[in-house]
Unconditional design. Structure first.
Length: 464
């Protein structure tokens, strides 16, 4: 491809990226809780936020940007302990925007009297609001469901939100704070594998259970007796993609694009390389998206010379833009595969026609199990479809709720989750944990096709 064409395509991708970041997309302390006021540098945004600014049970909104006046009044009402007013405000706010999980969580918190069981969500709402809102929708739906039906054996569930910015050091600081708060009986999160591994050391020493709905690195298996996950590991995703590549596509030569600075990306890349080899294929090259001199055009030229038939995108969120440059320049010449971080509206918006046919491995898809009632209930609640992140976050919260029913103490929650007879019914089927902390669940392959659900002209649909 000529330098002029490459420049044009990269400029288009950049403009689309800026448009998405700027516009956003929908598809995607209360009652004396003590929060230390440590100042933490935010390396992503350059701002300094205290822990008090990063954790909320309703007395402040953590969602970036402006919020509606009525939601703002609800936040102020909770801060003033005017709970009846807060209930009215958040009810009105949800009528304006029913797809706001933060408002629903705060509404349920405002309805709680003096006694409750408390869990906290650790999400990167400051740096990755779309992913965070997807996660919070699952948590909010589970909280709303249990509290509407009488609570955990009569005791309502309170949910806090902590903004960890997907920063391992901040995630550790938040973990230390939550460990020191005896009211917190469980954590949903963190989001990335790097943050989960970092914070997991703190949760382990403090004997507080954390269940990540989205951290897939194989390093998390057997990492701790207090760290669990409802999402399958990268081993499962890599094996499914490699099997599809060799058996279904009948292709044996692949190249991988990954981020050497991401635990998730490294894990998925390594597992894919091993799985392809076991299937009788080979990975002829690996390209590091994080390198300063990375060139999509040069990488593709090298891949083609080496006889590559397949491009595997093991990009994480930080390197997705570069991976989408590869998609644009590839012009559908080589078959595309991708890990679950590629499953975003941005991929559909920027990849468009060039991304059609891409196969992506995800833990769950809303159309993958026609017998499940979760899709219908989530659509009724949010007025739109939810992603796999919402479903797996719902499952993590449901698992904590079931454990609290057995024994509402920190040690009781941990013992329940590790018990051989533990099970709960979640969005993606039965929830059980292996001794490793993993969930032995299948992976769903999806394909990018023309469609209208996402409002981009393209959708992810299950591979039947």
């Amino acid at each position: 491809m000529s330098q002029k064409n490459e420049t044009t395509i990269l400029a288009l991708a950049l403009l689309l990226t800026v448009g998405i970041v700027g516009g956003g997309f929908w598809w995607f302390t209360n009652n004396g809780v003590k929060i230390a006021n440590t100042i933490i540098p935010n390396q992503e945004t350059g701002s300094n936020l205290s822990l008090q600014d990063r954790i909320s049970f309703g007395e402040k909104s953590l969602t970036p940007g402006d919020i509606s006046p009525v939601k703002k009044e609800g936040v102020q009402a909770i801060a003033a302990k005017s709970y009846d007013k807060a209930i009215a405000n958040f009810t009105a706010a949800l009528k304006l925007n029913r797809n706001d999980p933060e408002a629903l969580i705060f509404l349920n918190n405002a309805r709680i009297g003096s006694k409750s069981y408390t869990i906290v969500a650790s999400v990167p709402i400051g740096t990755d609001p779309n992913t965070s809102l997807e996660i919070l929708r699952g948590i909010a739906q589970a909280q709303n469901q249990v509290n509407s039906s009488g609570g955990v054996k009569g005791v309502p569930l309170r949910v806090g939100i902590a903004n960890d910015d997907d920063n391992p050091e901040i995630a550790k600081q938040i973990a230390s704070n939550l460990v020191s708060n005896s009211e917190v009986l469980g954590v949903v999160g963190p989001n990335t594998s790097d943050s989960t591994l970092a914070a997991g050391t703190i949760y382990t020493s403090g004997q507080l259970v954390a269940i990540s709905p989205t951290s897939t690195s194989v390093k998390i298996s057997n990492f701790s007796r207090y760290v669990f996950r409802t999402v399958p590991s990268d081993f499962m995703a890599a094996r499914s993609l490699a099997n599809y590549m060799v058996k279904t596509l009948q292709k044996k030569n692949a190249v991988v694009f990954f981020n050497s600075q991401s635990n998730y990306s490294q894990s998925l890349k390594s597992e894919f390389v091993s799985s392809v080899s076991l299937e009788g294929g080979q990975v002829s090259s690996e390209f590091d998206l994080s390198k300063a001199d990375f060139s999509a055009a040069k990488s593709l030229e090298q891949a083609t010379k080496q006889g590559a038939e397949v491009l595997m995108l093991a990009a994480n969120t930080e390197t997705l833009d570069k991976a989408l440059q590869v998609v644009q320049i590839n012009q559908k010449r080589l078959t595309l595969l991708g890990g679950d971080d590629v499953y975003t509206v941005k991929t559909l918006e920027i990849g468009r026609q060039q991304a059609t046919g891409m196969i992506v491995a995800v833990p769950w898809h809303i159309d993958s199990n026609p017998k499940s009632d979760f899709p219908q209930k989530s659509r009724q609640l949010w007025g739109s479809d939810v992603s796999w992140r919402s479903a797996l976050s719902y499952d993590a919260t449901v698992a904590l709720i079931e454990a609290l029913k057995r024994n509402p103490t920190r040690s009781g929650v941990q013992q329940a989750l590790t018990s051989s007879d533990f099970s709960a019914i979640g969005a993606s089927g039965t929830i059980r944990f292996l001794a490793s902390g993993d969930r032995n669940a299948p992976v769903q392959l999806v394909k990018i096709v023309p469609g209208s659900r996402s409002r981009t002209g393209y959708d992810f649909e299950p591979v039947r």
